[in-house]
Design a protein around this ligand. Sequence first.
Ligand code: UD1
Ligand code: UDP
Length: 349
Amino acid sequence: MKIITVIGARPQYIKAAVLSPALRAFAQEVLIDTGQHYDESLSRVFYEDLQLPPPDYHLHVGSASHGIQTANMLAALDPILQEERPDWVIVYGDTNSTLAGALAASKLTIPVAHIEAGLRSFNRQMPEEINRIVADHLASRLYCPTEQAVANLAREGITRGVRLSGDLMDVLIDKTPDDPGVLSRLGLSPGQYALATVHRAQTTDDKESLEGVLQALSDLPWRVVLPLHPRTRDRIAQFGLESWLLHERIHILDPVGYREMITLERHAQAVLTDSGGVQREACRLGVPTYILRNETEWTELVEKGQAILSGVRYDEIMAAIRRASFVRPMRREVFDPVDCIVKDLQRRS
Ligand code: UD1
Ligand code: UDP
């Protein structure tokens, strides 16, 4: 069997690193990196840290508007898919690389398997929401991380090919040991700092939202570690918001590698984030999590009391912190996403 995997953004390198060895045990995997993320700290570091095999094709699309970036991916993917004629194209998550991979394959009638299917924010202003909806409606195998995701698909009339697989990211979190040096390198003590990440277009592209978040971070009663996505760094400069980061309690970092990140999450007294992956990880690690958004695709985290939706306004975030009470995860789900996906692809090919 031949499988083409299309990836291109930070969380996709991480997810592909979990599944790729299992795929390669029974199939020929051809890895395509679209090049959506190209800074070393968002891409190469994950190939190295997580032993992701080098890509067979690198499309070098780089950054552009959504339409142009997706179009460039489609134009580059089409001849490769025609040449390789895989049995499956696998796409992950909700980025423009996901959309392009699913669309390019579907147009050539190559079946698509979508991993992390069925998540919905019900906010179509988010580019990710459009990408997920389209990918789900094009896919013939849909691997859902949660029961809510299965229900979301059913509401859209999608029931065929749907599997409740659990979340691939859980596999990696659980087996990732601490990076022993990271806290001391940053002068941090366990439980004595908050970790924050901000990168969503929704938060960063609106000056008021970005300023609300930065103002709250600068006013927290804790030291704050903030590994900055390049998009956020650019917007802070563009909107002239640097002054919020001058506070001595805020440590700005470049994006960090996966193991460093998990270590920073594990030992934080709180995590504040607009990232899908980081909110999931922090909750699984039992760390109080403030989701810097007005809605989340991972609704069960809020329902179970592991995370609080704190919005992006200064007042709302500070109020959320004052009234916070969290429930630590009692029981870990017993999914084996790798086994589920691999057996399903083999059985139904
Ligand atoms: C993308 C995904 C988002 C995902 C995130 C993971 C889409 C629409 N968004 O957001 O769902 O959560 O990846 O991190 O696909 N840039 C660099 N260096 C890079 C890449 C980007 O400086 O290596 C800057 C560029 O200015 C670029 C901006 O970041 O315009 C946005 O990059 P893009 O890939 O469009 O989206 P992300 O915000 O990274
Ligand atoms: N991550 C990382 N280094 C960082 C920030 C995030 O390794 O500096 C990891 C994080 O642990 C998670 C994934 O990147 O596994 C989440 O990616 P991101 O927040 O970029 O995207 P999202 O999950 O929101 O799509």
